[in-house]
Write a protein of this length. Structure first.
Length: 280
C-alpha cells in the first residue's frame, strides 16, 4: 500500500453524485489519502437541473495554495476535474508548480463536455485554455467530445472509425499530453470503451465493455476517480483504465432499474467491487 497523497481540485455539487462528492469517497476507498480544493460550491450539478446556486471560490485558490506552501504541504499527485473559469485553469498551473512534489503526477480530466456539447457556461475559449492545461499534464482523460473541442475536430455522432480515433489521438498528442486515456470510444454499437495511448513509445491499448442502455451524468468523474486511485496503487495505465471502466459499468447496472435516479449513478454500491479488484 502506498502512502502517496493526492490533491483533487474540482467543484462541490452538493447534490447530484459528481465531482468532489464522488472523487473523495472513491479515491479514499482505494486506500489513498485525498486532499480537496473546492473550485466552487453548487447546489446541484448543471446537467438537468435549473436555478442551481453557484458560489465561485476562485479567489480562495491562491490563498489556500499559499497556506499549504507555508505549512510545507505538498502532494505526489494532483488530479483536476471540473473547473469553473479560465482563471481557475491558470491557478491550476500555479498549483502544479508550487504544491506538487518534484516528479509528481499531473492528471487532468478536462471535464467540460459530452455528447457533442459543452456543459452549461463553457465556450470554445475555455476549451482551448483547457487544451493548454492538458499539454502540461502527464495523463489526460478526455472523452471524444472534449477531445474534439480541444483540438478543433468535428464531433461525429454514433460509432467512430479507427482512422477518426487515431486522428483525435494524434491531435491530442500535438497538445503536448504525454499519456492519453480517450473515453467513450465505440467501433461497434454494442461496445464502448477506452483507448490508452502512450505518446512517447507510441503504444496503444484498448479496453471495451458491453454498452449499457442508460448513460448518466457523473460517470466520467467516477471513471477518473477510480482510475486515479488505481494508478496511485501501482496499477498500469491499461489495468487502471479497465478497472475504472468496469466500475462505471457496475455503477450504471446498479442504477438502471431505478427510474427516479436520473442525475447520477449509484457508485456507492459498486465500491466493494472496486476495492476487492484492487486488492487482488
Ligand atoms: O460531472 C461533471 C460535472 C461536474 N461539476 C458540475 C457539472 C458537471 C457536469 O455537468 O455540472 C458542476
Amino acid at each position: 500500500m502506498t502512502d502517496a497523497k493526492v490533491m483533487t481540485i474540482q467543484d462541490i455539487s452538493c447534490y447530484g453524485q459528481c465531482s468532489l462528492t464522488v472523487a473523495l469517497p472513491i479515491i479514499s476507498a482505494c486506500g489513498i489519502e485525498t486532499a480537496i480544493l473546492p473550485s466552487a460550491v453548487l447546489s446541484t450539478h448543471t446537467g438537468g437541473f435549473t436555478n442551481f446556486t453557484f458560489r465561485d471560490l476562485t479567489d480562495d485558490i491562491p490563498k489556500i495554495m499559499k497556506h499549504w506552501q507555508d505549512e510545507d504541504i505538498s502532494y505526489e499527485c494532483i488530479y483536476t476535474g471540473y473547473l469553473g473559469s479560465i482563471t481557475q485553469i491558470e491557478y491550476v498551473k500555479e498549483l502544479f508548480k508550487n504544491v506538487l512534489k518534484e516528479g509528481g503526477l499531473k492528471i487532468v480530466d478536462p471535464a467540460m463536455a459530452d455528447n457533442g456539447k459543452l456543459y452549461y457556461g463553457f465556450d470554445s475559449a475555455f476549451a482551448h485554455e483547457m487544451a493548454e492545461l492538458c499539454g502540461e499534464a502527464d495523463i489526460i482523460l478526455p472523452n471524444i467530445t472534449e477531445a474534439c473541442f480541444m483540438c478543433d475536430k468535428e464531433y461525429v455522432e454514433g460509432c467512430q472509425t479507427r482512422e477518426y480515433v487515431d486522428g483525435l489521438l494524434g491531435a491530442l498528442k500535438s497538445l503536448g499530453a504525454k499519456k492519453i486515456v480517450l473515453k467513450g470510444v465505440s467501433y461497434e454499437p454494442s461496445k464502448l470503451g477506452v483507448v490508452v495511448y502512450e505518446t512517447d513509445t507510441g503504444k496503444k491499448q484498448e479496453y471495451f465493455c458491453d454498452k449499457q442502455e442508460r448513460s448518466s451524468h457523473g460517470t466520467g468523474d467516477c471513471f477518473a476517480a477510480a482510475f486515479t486511485g488505481a494508478v496511485l496503487q501501482g496499477e498500469s495505465l491499461i489495468d487502471a483504465a479497465a478497472l475504472a471502466a468496469d466500475f462505471v459499468v457496475e455503477s450504471l447496472r446498479l442504477t438502471q432499474d431505478d427510474d427516479t435516479h436520473r442525475y447520477g449513478v449509484k457508485f456507492e454500491k459498486a465500491l466493494p467491487m472496486l476495492v476487492s479488484r484492487l486488492n487482488k
